[in-house]
Design a protein around this ligand. Structure first.
Ligand code: SF4
Ligand code: SF4
Length: 104
């Protein structure tokens, strides 16, 4: 087994298409048109509330082999694979599903 822990990728914000100010002032047209599907999916994937570590440290507390620690440098959880026995507890208890077990 290997693990995929959360790695946040920096992505640019997509602006919601909207009417220019001059046009807004002279009409009752919809101001924000909403994202096209592709941009909507891209924006949703930037959400930090899902699939990202929220630093609750439940995984570090419940790992039976004490092989999950938080890095002083990056602040992210790190797994010492030399000691991990692949029990899957960390992935099961993570409330944000930030740890995923993947078949090698
Ligand atoms: S249990 Fe999940 S959210 Fe909590 S510290 Fe571990 S990886 Fe992060
Ligand atoms: S799979 Fe088990 S032993 Fe390995 S890091 Fe997760 S809780 Fe610890």
């Amino acid at each position: 087994m290997i693990f995929k822990t959360c790695e946040l990728e920096r992505k640019k914000r997509v602006r919601n298409p909207s009417l220019p100010v001059e046009q807004r002032r002279r009409s009752f047209d919809l101001v924000e048109e909403g994202f096209p599907e592709k941009e909507a999916v891209s924006e949703a994937s930037r959400c930090l509330a899902t699939l990202s570590c929220q630093s609750c440290d439940i995984c570090t507390l419940l790992c039976p082999d004490l092989c999950i620690t938080r890095s002083d440098v990056t602040g992210q959880v790190e797994i010492d694979y030399d000691y991990c026995k692949g029990c899957g507890i960390c992935a099961a208890v993570c409330p944000k599903k930030a740890i995923e077990m993947v078949q090698e």
